[in-house]
Design a binder for this molecule. Structure first.
Ligand code: SER
Length: 579
């Protein structure tokens, strides 16, 4: 079986249970300033979990590409990945615990034919915030899972979310598979590493608020997620995700380039394979290596792969290792379309790092003799030799020495670059911020896009990216040149005129085809679901969007453009605020 066959089986099954497919969203969150990457299938649908109506109904499914930056240093074992594909199904206030668990087990045991005897499960034991989950327990018993194979665990283990500080969360019930050749133990011991998590049903029934309290949500949601790589490993009979079809060709390429065997270089080759695969996807989603935000994560991944390449004596290899990624994932149009650019970016980043890596390693070795690495030294490695701090920490760890991270921060701030701690906070996934301020800025972004088309007399302008924090909006759009001062002023005036008119924002549901016919803005080469929401502001703006928006433009205040600059070739970036 390969990943495409697994995904098809999953979709066919959940379609038979009345689920509708939603698109595999971009890796870069569109309206969530608190996260750098999409890290779970539920992430793009947060507004619907909070109660907004979804145009496709109450039962949804998809396969979502995800990046988990918290796992970067864990990569190297049999099961951790930076990039993975998550199979997901959701109930938006429709079915709940019993039906969700029953469907998961039916899929695993009857469709995938995974023997029930090799499965175990965990459920939430209950605490101050939520009761013991007896309903899930009873359901598992009724499915023939013996009592001893079900563990009641605490919040640390059996509670998922919120991914950020606030948002949907709840108790969960995880399903585990016995991967060892040894006989399956009668009793489930969650600490035994041979029990591998296969999937997780999260019962998103609470909203954690800013005070840290758990409020009951308007509806009881289910969020199931299972990593496709893990499922494939089990189906193909491997106890190593890197032996599956999702990795095999990449590993083979590394073996060929290095003339070394995977068996003897597992950790190194896994790191290279994972990091290059993740990098290909991140670049395909519009990011280039840099020292901030997503670009910094990308740089870390590429440079970590390059450093590990040295351990098996390969150099100038990243774009070659990337080749098989395009074959394995040929169903992602964004990869093929951007192939030349992706390979070029990898090559350039590698060339850049090659110039300093060897010298940097020498400096590191010398510094490491003192048994500790100061802030100044780690900052020198960062600035002059291109070592991401995490790389210095990792190298130091191998030698059992410490890095003065606080000292690094101090140096960093001194040099007036962005604070790494600020970025770090965002490495952990967060949820869509539905505050009043971001909602307003979101509506203003629609007005801005429409105004740009009119003032620049170019109807082919499309949105290339959007990032909204409570303080400002940031819109990337296709346009080949810098805007003149007068143009910026005219755009501002036009947006403000719409605000003053007090136009209502109307939401309608239709098929993507109808939306296109009606002239709605959208990215029509991207896959939409069967039905989409279209938001209109009078005749002025019409856009496919997931919301949320204000009801009337009069709520917005005064619109002001703070900056207009280049984002990348033929893409401009505007930052604007509402006063
Ligand atoms: N959101 C949960 C997870 O990622 C279940 O899908 O584990």
């Amino acid at each position: 079986m390969d990943r495409k066959q697994l995904i098809k089986k999953y979709f066919d099954f959940f379609k038979s249970k009345s689920h509708k497919e939603i698109p595999n969203a971009s890796l870069i969150p569109e309206n969530d300033p608190t996260a750098l990457f999409i890290s779970a299938g539920m992430h793009p649908i947060v507004p619907y979990l909070l109660g907004q109506k979804h145009p496709l109904g109450k039962r949804l499914m998809n396969v979502q590409k995800c990046i988990r930056t918290t796992d970067i240093e864990e990569v190297g074992d049999i099961k951790h990945h930076t990039f993975f594909e998550q199979l997901g199904n959701w109930s938006l206030g429709d079915y709940f615990k019993k039906e969700a668990i029953e469907m998961s087990f039916e899929f695993l045991t009857e469709i995938l034919k995974i023997p029930k005897e090799k499965l175990s499960a965990s459920v939430f034991e209950g605490d101050r915030d939520a009761p013991k989950d007896t309903e899930s327990f009873k359901t598992l018993i009724s499915l023939g899972i013996p009592k001893q194979r079900i563990a009641f665990l605490n919040k640390e283990e059996n509670w998922w979310g919120p991914a950020g500080k606030t948002g949907p969360c709840g108790p969960d019930s995880e399903i585990f598979y016995w991967i060892s050749k040894k006989p399956v133990p009668k009793k489930f011991n969650p600490k035994d590493k041979n029990w591998i998590e296969l999937g997780n049903n999260v019962f998103l029934q609470y909203n954690k608020n800013a005070k840290g309290n758990y409020e009951q949500l308007k509806q009881n949601n289910v969020d199931f997620g299972g990593g496709s790589e893990r499922m494939l490993a089990i189906l193909e009979g491997h106890n190593d995700d890197y032996l599956t079809n999702s990795f095999k060709l990449i590993i083979k390429k590394i073996e060929n380039l290095s003339d070394k065997k995977y068996k003897e270089n597992k950790r190194t080759m896994r790191i290279i394979a994972d990091h290059i695969k993740a990098s290909v996807f991140i670049i395909a989603n519009g990011i280039t290596p840099s020292n901030t935000e997503q670009g910094y994560v990308l740089r870390r991944l590429i440079r970590r792969a390059i450093r590990y390449g040295r351990e098996i004596n390969i150099k100038n290899f990243t774009s070659k290792v990337a080749e098989p990624v395009f074959k394995i994932y040929d169903d992602y149009s964004e990869l093929e379309k951007n192939k030349k650019h992706i390979l070029q970016e990898l090559k350039e980043e590698e060339e850049k790092f090659n110039l300093t890596l060897e010298r940097g390693l020498k400096v590191f070795k010398k510094t490491a003799k003192d048994k500790k690495i100061s802030g100044k030294e780690s900052f020198l490695l960062y600035q002059s030799y291109g070592f991401p701090l995490e790389m210095t920490i990792e190298l130091a760890k191998e030698k059992n020495i410490k890095v003065d991270e606080k000292g690094f921060e101090k140096e960093f701030k001194k040099h007036q670059e962005i604070s790494r701690t600020a970025t770090e906070g965002r490495f952990k996934s967060g949820l869509a911020d539905d505050s009043e301020a971001t909602t307003k800025l979101h509506t203003a972004t629609h007005l801005l896009l429409a105004a740009l088309k009119i003032i620049l007399k170019d109807n082919s302008i499309i949105q290339k990216g959007s990032n909204i924090t409570p303080e400002r909006l940031r819109l990337d759009f296709s346009f080949p040149r810098k805007l003149a001062k007068e143009e910026i002023k005219e755009v501002e005036d036009l947006v403000n005129a719409q605000i003053q008119q007090g136009c209502e924002i109307i939401r309608e549901e239709m098929t993507p085809k109808q939306a296109k016919e009606k002239g709605a803005s959208g990215i029509f080469d991207k896959k939409y679901g069967e039905k989409v929401s279209v938001y209109s502001v009078g005749d002025f703006s019409k856009e496919i969007c997931t919301g949320p928006h204000v009801k009337n433009t009069s709520e917005l205040g005064y619109f002001k453009i703070k900056k207009e600059e280049s984002s990348s070739s033929s893409v401009r970036r505007i930052k604007a605020i509402l006063e």
